[in-house]
Design a protein around this ligand. Sequence first.
Ligand SMILES: O=P(O)(O)OC[C@H]1O[C@](O)(CO)[C@@H](O)[C@@H]1O
Length: 484
Amino acid sequence: MESPNCPSLEQSAGPTEDEPKTKSQAEQTDGSNVVSRVFKTEFDAKYKIYDMRTPLNAFMSGQYKRSGAYNTLRNRLPVILTNVIDTLTKDKSELVEQFGEEAREELKIIIGLISRLKYELQTDKPFQAFAGEEPDRALWNKFLSLLPDEERTFFRSCCLYSECYMHRKLYSFVENSIFLRPYDFHVKIKEHSLTSCIDDVLSLTKYTRRTDKSLEIFGELLRINLWSNCNDAPRDLETPAPPPSPFNKNVLEDVIAADEYILANQEAQIWQCLDNRKQNKRSQVDFILDNAGYELFTDFILAEYMIEKGLATKVCFHMKAHPWFVTDVTARDFKWTLEYLSQHPDYIISLIGKKFLQFLEEGKFELAPISHFWTCPYPFFRMREADPDLYSSLQQSKLIVFKGDLNYRKLLQDVCWDSTQDMNTCLRGFLPSNMCAIRRVKAEVICGLPEGVSETQSRKDPHWMISGIYGVIQFVDGSREFGY
Ligand SMILES: O=P(O)(O)OC[C@H]1O[C@](O)(CO)[C@@H](O)[C@@H]1O
């Protein structure tokens, strides 16, 4: 993103209707984001990349050069694939030892397939149907076949679709192998994201042992949870480094100092929703998880608080059916984390790990049945028709906690909404129950901000929407819909 002089999104006089436009409509009508037809590089000319920001109400897409989506497709995703190839090459002997000599040949084939995927990404090739044993093959192929031809490539499609497609394809390579099938390319990164933070785990454990039941403490836990959503995607030299984070991810010392970086904070409404027994007879809270490591640990701490203070009788954790967006939690990561903590040599860490394991045995913590909906490209408003069982199970929830940036993008269909748009509108009818979103802002998809905030932010820091140093804690009241 090298666009300090370009018009800000909020200055654009885009249409005001709620329905997002297709990209071609956006190009035709959004005059304020003047489309520069002078392509600056050979790549831009070849793949028709417009030198403009994402128009208001359009989907995020790599075809807009001055967008985080372009940066993701051009810089971040190829690096993810290169890193996986490097890991496979470096760990070859270890993997052969673990999965048998036959895995050697498979590794070669998989490296070749990943290189091809990277080439397809970098040359904006059309998405290919899935042809293996993927359990969600039909869903994906139907989705791909319904995409209009001109939107079926990496840079022309909605960026959410392109990213989901790349991660789904990547996993399909091991999924369709024989010997490497149980392998997760990202397992070491995920384990490291916990083991490297063990001091933070210990401090947070000690800090949260004797807490009161109060909005003040609850709010602090929400904020600690928010700042833990900080997995940093790999960046390359073309991308300016984000400004240094003004606080540590564990934020125990400076959680208050970090408050000015929270652009919308509805923790009081979330507290009210959980603490209001008369109005809300439901007692289960659902977490739609994001990243493994320290973030997952803070999810456990927040869930523990909800249970111990009588705000919920059970917390149900929804995780990904398979490796996803590098660090997302799978059932294997969830169980590994609890085992790792409970067997840790530090007595305090092992105690908390054992306590969480016991919560699992007692049904206070629960793993939700695996759903492929979380790893499909659909935004959440499509859940009711795509996975009606999941939708109706979420209707039983007292509060659904959506963690992280990707879930937020799926809530808002990866659309560049006016930042002041009411969240209810942006959800397009997706409201199974009360919901909250806890997310560091890493993509230009946001709503529910007070008037003027976005303009002020843009003046202060043109990269504020992709830097990940700002956050939101937002709430949507589902009670009117269900008459609690
Ligand atoms: O772990 P989180 O918070 O979902 O963030 C990861 C997301 O952020 C991004 O890096 C930018 O939106 C995406 O690639 C990805 O969706």
